[in-house]
Design a binder for this molecule. Sequence first.
Ligand code: AMP
Ligand code: ZN
Length: 473
Amino acid sequence: MGLKLFNTLSRSIQEFAPLDPAGKKVGMYCCGPTVYDFAHIGNWRTFVFADLVRRYLEFKGHAVTHVMNVTDVEDKIIKGIREAKTTLHEFTGKYEAAFFEDLKTLNCLEPHHKPRATEHIPEIISLIEKLLARGVAYKAADGSVYFSIEKYRGCGCNYGQLLKLNFDEMRAGERVKSDEYAKESVADFALWKSRAPEDGDVFWSSPFGEGRPGWHIECSAMSMKILGASFDLHLGGEDLIFPHHEDEIAQSEGATGKPFVKYWLHGAFLLVEGKKMSKSLGNFFTLRDLLAKGFTGREIRYLLLTAHYRETFNFTIEGLHGAKAALARIDECVAKLREIAGDANADEDNSFLQQFEDSLDDDLNVSGTWGKVFEWIRQVNRKIVADEHSVPYSVRATWAARQLATWNRMDSIFGVGLKSETTVPPEIQVLLEMREAARWAKAFKQADAIRGELKAKGWVIEDTPKGPKLKKI
Ligand code: AMP
Ligand code: ZN
């Protein structure tokens, strides 16, 4: 059986067949973070989902090119710079660095390309020029360039591919300059926003005048630059279906005349304790908030991977405690297998892996797959006990090595790994404490010297919200 996925474009489950005639290469674009704040647990649900898709395609033998952009110029960012009285790069740099650190904490594979919007202004401008030349964009009196939905539809193109839209209720020619709007207010959207006083010094010159790009055009320009005019997969959270993804299709197909993306995958939203996350409700968690509560990236990743991506997920702190317990069962089983296997080596148990794969092939049915994994753990635990005194040691060691190889293969997709066993030697711990003391005493030179000494001994200090941590190089 091949992989089947729900394609928002066809509103149906479809067999996945890459555009590559050899069926091997897959181009995948996931809308990345808007770097105006720390990413919250809802954002992380979507990025962990993208990581699952990539890992599973690789498991199935595809050569994936994974692109995830960084939106580093957009309405919310401009507002943030104004409020923080800082520069664009200082503001976005901080959140971008935090984002990639968090991505690592959640053991997500690093995308192969991480294009920043501000580094693709020439590509964005040339895409807008193409749209102007094709007559589907126009410069308005306010100096901004807009995409004309009427002209686009007039060329026989379809606006409303991901979401059915009722054009009779819409007034042609209305314009929207903001990056986000509801489907009720569908209107010509901005490709290039003319420089406004509130933009401060965030502007670029262009043939259409000084200004900055709209959010939607950023993704069209960056995805097509790296993956070509047509590519296989485009992912994001369900809130991006409209207008962001619909507008990406219109801009891209409007410029190239070619189908933009074959499969659109959208992850459902995450709620916290049954409610939409909001700072006023006190249920707004960044990854760092959860780490500060003592949970690990691995526990959070596991929990996010327990629900099907198309189902709304109710995130709770109780759920995280459950994740801790579930991982402890896996760890315990794997530790016993390691002990029995010793140095033995063996291939994977392909018949079990086939069941595992069948389950994920079914539109990434993770909940069903975890059910199979825990049933497998139960059987492995039972056999460990049953064979202890009745089966020769060498046979048990080979069997255990086979189960370990099977688990490692499964974990290449789940990425929940094993609990870190690294222990910090006492003399290294003492150096860390000395460095902390020096920092408190503002003896920064001495603190840096100790950091250097630790590095020479193979340890780096990571300053975390819970204080400094040591990591082996
Ligand atoms: P943003 O940084 O706001 O552009 O969002 C990054 C990604 O997170 C997008 O794919 C959003 O669709 C997704 N996202 C935002 N909020 C949630 C949520 N509560 N649950 C799941 N995904 C979300
Ligand atoms: Zn995007």
